[in-house]
Design a protein around this ligand. Structure first.
Ligand code: 13P
Ligand code: SF4
Length: 336
């Protein structure tokens, strides 16, 4: 073990958000993880933005809605959540009696961070006659201040399920909110939050890339800024983008979302070419630094030691569950 102290009684992992235990390089992690799944009746739920090895060992890979739905219906004793904190937290909110572990407790989300609960509460108080729809990429505290949760794959249906004169606050993603205002003709009041990954794409570089690949279709996640969305041939959630590439006849795609999704796109359509949309700088900024904190080693360790475990205050859990349940009920109504 490294220099951190793990108190198994309190689930306290000092400083680092993960177990800093050396894993022998000779260990077959894929086989060990499979063994642990059986031993512990555990299920691994992974988001498409996870590294390819994690996706390959997962029992279910999906977008935020699919992951919440799987978390709600699983019969496993332990949910191993390979994603970011708000996703594992959603799984815990839906499954208070199950153990929810995650590879790295510090895998956060810039979008969730862009809406601190105290400021959002004041914002909400300025619009007392509005109902609050929050994108699932937010903390449990924000969920507790919301009436309905949505994801990028059900947001439009959820908004349209409300009377057309209903006054709505949409939080925390201003880009997704602006896109939805355009799609639904509503005038939702938007919280000024954004995702650092989806705001980094370069319009100029994508335009140049399209000139070099004129047959390529541009596909984008609705968390991208409006000028990028205007260029897109198709806009959708990660699952929506993946399904589009499976059914569409084009052979080349410029993909404006986090690069992790390319792994499934390439696996499902091996003959097609997928080009990650370039970011502003020469960095790997279209890799989410939070999602990519998770590694196969950390995943193995969190399963073996059942740490770090996601724990939450019961009153917050109950308050944040209601708007998630409303989302799941509306989604089921529409067959989503
Ligand atoms: P979806 O997988 O729901 O499209 O969300 C993307 C995302 O940014 C998750 O953090
Ligand atoms: Fe959050 Fe953006 Fe990373 Fe998704 S890609 S987890 S929205 S920072």
């Amino acid at each position: 073990m490294g220099d951190i102290h793990i108190d198994l009684a309190t689930n306290k992992i000092d400083q680092k958000g993960y177990l800093d235990i050396e894993v022998p390089a000779t260990l077959d992690l894929f086989a060990e993880i499979e063994k642990l799944k059986k031993e512990k009746n555990a299920i691994i739920l992974a988001h498409y933005y996870q590294e390819p090895d994690i996706q390959d060992v997962a029992d279910y890979i999906g977008d935020s809605l699919g992951l919440a739905q799987q978390a709600e219906k699983t019969t496993a004793d332990m949910i191993v959540f390979a994603g970011v904190h708000f996703m594992a937290e959603t799984a815990k909110i839906l499954n208070p009696t199950k153990k929810v572990v995650l590879p790295d407790l510090k895998a956060g989300c810039s979008l969730a961070d862009s809406a601190p609960a105290d400021l959002f509460k004041k914002f909400k108080e300025k619009h007392p006659d509005h109902i609050v729809i929050s994108y699932i990429n937010c903390t449990a505290e924000i969920k507790a201040l919301s009436d309905i949760i949505c994801t990028s794959s059900n947001a439009q249906k959820i908004i349209e399920s409300l009377p057309s004169d209903e006054k709505i606050i949409f939080a925390p993603d201003k880009n997704l909110g602006a896109y939805l205002n355009k799609k639904t003709g509503r005038n939702m009041v938007l919280w000024n939050g954004a995702c650092m990954v989806h705001e980094i794409f370069s319009l100029e570089k994508i335009t140049k890339l399209k000139i070099r690949h004129p047959q390529a279709k541009i596909i984008a996640h609705p968390e991208c800024e409006e000028p990028i969305l205007r260029l897109a041939d198709f806009i959708g959630s990660t699952t929506g983008l993946l399904k589009f590439t499976q059914r569409d006849t084009a052979q080349e795609y410029i993909v404006a979302t986090e690069t992790g999704i390319l792994h499934q796109m390439q696996k499902d359509s091996p003959g097609k070419t997928f080009i990650p949309a370039p970011p502003e700088n020469n960095c790997a900024c279209n890799d989410c630094p939070h999602m990519k904190l998770n590694t196969l080693e950390k995943l193995y360790l969190c399963m073996k030691y059942e740490l770090p475990e996601l724990k939450m205050d019961e009153s917050l859990r109950i308050a944040s569950r209601k708007p998630i349940e409303r989302m799941l009920a509306i989604s089921a109504q529409y067959g989503l």
